[in-house]
Design a protein around this ligand. Structure first.
Ligand SMILES: *[C@@H]1O[C@H](CO)[C@@H](O)[C@H](O)[C@H]1NC(C)=O
Length: 475
């Protein structure tokens, strides 16, 4: 019996891998699909591990994740605020109570982008483009957790996860009739805000707009619009997690991400909804990059990002299209396998990241947590948000740092020193031969590294305001 199950599971996995490999080979040039499968599986991992606990285990594992049901926005249809396939958008809301009853946290879901008719059409067959395929309930962990010991500052707030099904960071507004594609991200955003206002958000005295990855970019794009929903007496702030996508040069000297963004912006007519202050002096695609936006956001904002953002390393810096010979495949899957010149390439990327946030960081209203990890999205997962061994800067976990900034307990401008000095990272690792279909978190404690790596890391000009040196603890 057990044997049979094992065999069928193996067969299924094998088929999945073969199918994935075939799909990936065919789509090698389409970065979006490639990276999307990465994110899809990343999210699925989190959801599965949270929701598929066996009955036998549930008795011995006390804190099961809170599961929150999906609500479709019925009023959205009449506003044309629909997913790529024309279905209704949706959200998951867990109500607040006590001191959090009038506080609202909105988390914008991420999940890459679609930049061509072809991959937007593909998206219609997934939860990223149709509510038909969305999970009917999602686990609320990390910043969405309802437990004080997991989420000390926001656990009793009204907490909302707004589903992402437009493919352009909630910012497009157009359509393609021939392909029956609806590009209505901006309308979904507006319809969702209207719905939540009617569910009590209009009485909010505190509100935080957050989001991760494509949702982290969306929280930057919509931050000032979010504040405009509320009277001045409401404390309104925004958090962007892993949203600092840089207009960087890839390992072959190309502009992988800029090309991808150019497709998203033109296909979905995103320029209509980009800030005028940017459109006035830069091309629309550049105005989809946070580096050209964050310093001009009026609402207080917090940037949480890994300096070596794992998604950008994989999909923007060293994608297969920029590395046809696979010279980076080991290194991009596991940073411990990088040689010194590859690490130096990542150090340059980190420097670009720090340059991109320099003006932003000058403003007292803003906060920063840029740790030197190979991670992506650190606010949604419990292990990175707030746990015994979660990442810290200045001895403060991410949850506490975001809380310190939100409630004005402390200024938070935490920028880590360069790799490899942080031994609290939870780095994303990829199974090398399955880089797009399997990955795990692993702690980078006591990584062995060469003296050369150490030297090159030390030579990077340090412009951080709080550098925490931990070389001594790396054995
Ligand atoms: C590091 O690896 C890359 C890619 O294989 C190679 O081009 C480069 O010469 C290597 N550098 C060192 C210092 O070994």
């Amino acid at each position: 019996m057990k044997q049979q199950q094992k065999v069928s599971v193996c067969c299924c996995l094998g088929l999945l891998v073969v199918a994935l490999a075939a799909a990936l080979k065919e789509k090698e040039k389409e970065q979006v699909l490639w990276s999307k499968s990465w994110l899809d599986l990343a999210d699925k991992d989190a959801a599965d591990s949270a929701s598929s606990a066996l009955p036998a285990q549930t008795q011995t594992q006390p804190p099961l994740n809170l599961m929150v049901p999906l609500t479709l926005i019925n009023s959205a249809a009449s506003k044309g605020a629909v997913c790529l396939d024309g279905t209704l958008p949706g959200y998951h809301l867990h109500p607040g109570y006590g001191s959090g009853a009038n506080s609202w946290l909105i988390q914008l879901e991420g999940g890459g982008w679609c930049n061509s008719i072809r991959n937007c059409v593909y998206r219609k067959t997934t939860r990223r483009g149709s509510s038909k395929f969305m999970e009917k309930q999602l686990p609320f962990t990390g910043i969405l957790s309802n437990k004080a010991e997991e989420n000390p500052d926001f656990f009793n707030w009204n907490r909302v996860k707004l589903r992402y099904c437009d493919g352009a960071s909630f910012s497009g507004d157009s359509q393609n009739e021939a392909a029956q594609l609806h590009f209505r991200g901006q309308r979904i955003w507006l319809a969702a805000m209207e719905e939540l206002m009617s569910k009590g958000m209009q009485k909010a005295d505190q509100a935080l707009l957050s989001g991760c990855s494509a949702g982290g970019l969306a929280s930057i794009l919509h931050c000032d619009e979010f504040q405009d929903l509320f009277p001045e007496t409401t404390r309104v702030k925004c958090l962007s997690d892993a949203g600092m996508f840089l207009d960087a040069i890839d390992v072959s000297g190309g502009h992988t991400l800029k090309n991808l963004f150019a497709g998203v912006v033109s296909l979905q007519e995103v320029q209509k909804n980009l800030p005028k202050t940017c459109i006035d002096h830069l091309d629309p695609t550049s105005c989809f990059f946070p580096q050209n936006l964050v310093a001009n956001v009026k609402t207080p904002m917090f940037l949480l990002n890994a300096a070596y953002d794992a998604w950008q390393v994989q999909a923007s810096l060293a994608p297969t299209s920029a590395d046809p010979r696979g010279l980076w495949s080991a290194c991009k899957s596991n940073h411990a396998l990088c040689n010194s010149s590859q690490i130096q390439f990542f150090q340059d990327f980190r420097n670009q990241m720090l340059n991109a946030v320099r003006d932003f960081s000058m403003s007292t209203k803003n906060g920063l947590f840029i740790n030197s990890c190979f991670a992506h999205c650190q606010s949604e997962r419990q292990d990175t948000w707030f746990a015994d061994d979660s990442p810290v800067l200045g001895n403060r976990a991410i949850a506490l740092s975001v809380g310190d900034w939100y409630f004005d307990r402390l200024p938070v401008k935490a920028i880590d020193c360069a790799y490899p000095c942080d031994n609290t990272c939870h780095n994303l690792m990829f199974n090398e031969d399955l880089s797009s279909s399997s990955m795990t978190y692993s702690q980078s404690t006591r990584l062995s590294f060469t003296v050369l790596n150490l030297l090159s890391a030390l030579m990077v000009p340090i412009i951080c305001s709080r550098c925490i040196m931990r070389f001594h603890s790396v054995k």
